[in-house]
Design a protein around this ligand. Structure first.
Ligand SMILES: Cc1ncc(COP(=O)(O)O)c(C=O)c1O
Length: 393
């Protein structure tokens, strides 16, 4: 097939050429005497991405799910009570993981289209006078619905009643794309992965742990081997790993952090917001809405576009792929068919984002959606033109 497939799913995201080149190296000795010169600065620079001074980074040859497992199994104990909320496929999977680990999960069911119920959390935490809740969980960006949550608000709820529970955050589709502040928000565990904001292939589970979370490992009784932090700490401190590390991905991660730093994290967040706003302008021009119910829930990394009654959003995805070589993302689980998703994170700019808007529009028109061809593209173009700034200063 001539031309290329256009990938606009919310992870894996497009891998910039610079990162591809950085990964395209000969295999190397993971016990080489100069490896710490590479690994130690990488850990330090990653801490800046998570905005932490005293936190600690763990990098596992895994994915976000492995990161979840590492965060839970090193800090909690069997039967520990945890407060969670489910409002999409991924927040529900996290609940499932904690249940399978034998935790006593209080899971609040939230309408899909909303996010972490901060006020409800505040009530429950205030009522927990004996501090039985050991962990409070929040998915910062629910990738299935395109909903972003207020992590600072969860910290406020904990602080309001001096609650000592650990704060766990899923940052898989937010870190390095949407503002995240480990120290300022008092986050104890943040889980991310390589294949979204870090613009790498899948294969790394990246976890950031606070000093308080690190101290919890002494009392945690959940079984662990592959994800055991103690093994990591012993070897990472020397610049090495307890088992064979995925060196090509780590070389790519170095380049990813370089790229993020060159742009500047705040500029990265602003770019994501602008690109996401262009997508939302298109959705609105189509006479449609995001699954996210209110502006405060809008995600800057993924938009789940709600399709009109009687239409199947997943058919748009199949049609766009089949006819136009465009990869959009299907809607999952409870909202399967009610939406299609456009991923707009990572290595992304103005003209790139017009591609999925164009393709979705063509697919919807083919499938007899009541939209006007060009309407979404024009709205996004207008927004991008109005907010454009010169690239060369
Ligand atoms: C918010 C969120 N959490 C967790 C995961 C699971 O991560 P992985 O698929 O890398 O294991 C995903 C995957 O898309 C996700 O979007």
């Amino acid at each position: 097939m001539p031309g290329r497939n256009f990938l606009f799913i919310p992870g894996p995201t497009n891998v910039p050429r610079r990162i591809q080149n950085a990964m395209s190296v000969e295999q190397e000795d993971m016990r080489a005497m100069d490896l710490p010169d590479f690994t130690k600065p990488l850990y330090e620079d990653l801490k800046k991405i998570f905005k932490t001074k005293n936190g600690r980074i763990f990098i596992f040859p895994a994915s976000g799910t492995g990161g979840w497992e590492s965060a839970v199994s090193n800090t909690l104990s069997s039967g520990d009570k945890v407060l969670m909320s489910g409002f999409g496929h991924f927040s529900n999977l996290w609940i499932d993981l904690c249940q399978r680990w034998g935790l006593d999960v209080q899971a609040i069911e939230v309408d899909w289209g909303e996010g972490v119920p901060v006020e409800k959390y505040a009530e429950i935490l205030a009522a927990d006078k004996n501090h039985e809740i050991k962990g409070v969980f929040a998915t910062q960006n629910e990738t299935a619905t395109g909903v972003a949550s207020d992590i600072a608000g969860v910290r406020k709820a904990l602080d309001a009643c001096n609650h000592p529970a650990l704060l766990f955050v899923d940052g898989v589709s937010s870190v390095a794309s949407i503002d995240f502040r480990m120290d300022e928000w008092g986050v104890d565990l943040c889980v991310s992965g390589s294949q979204k904001g870090f613009m790498l292939p899948t294969g790394l589970g990246i976890v950031c742990a606070s000093e308080k979370a690190l101290a919890c490992r002494e009392n945690s009784n959940l079984p662990k081997t592959f994800f055991d932090w103690n093994d990591q700490i012993k070897t990472n401190d020397l610049g090495y790993f307890p088992y064979t590390p995925p060196m090509n991905l780590l070389r790519g991660l170095r380049e990813s952090v370089n790229i993020l730093n060159e742009e500047g994290l705040e500029n990265v967040f602003a770019r994501h917001n602008r690109i996401a706003s262009a997508v939302r302008a298109a959705v609105s021009a189509w006479g449609m809405t995001p699954i996210a119910k209110e502006e405060k829930w809008y995600s800057d990394t993924v938009t789940a576009v709600k399709v009109p009654e009687g239409f199947d959003g997943n058919e748009v995805v199949r049609h766009a792929y089949n006819y136009y070589n465009l990869a959009l993302s299907i809607s999952l689980a409870k909202i399967a068919g009610q939406a299609f998703r456009i991923g707009h994170l990572g290595d992304m700019n103005e003209l790139m984002i017009l591609t999925p808007i164009t393709g979705a529009e063509m697919a919807m028109k083919d499938l007899n959606y009541p939209i006007e061809l060009g309407s979404g593209v024009a709205a996004a173009q207008e927004y991008l033109r109005k907010t454009a700034t010169p690239k060369i200063k």
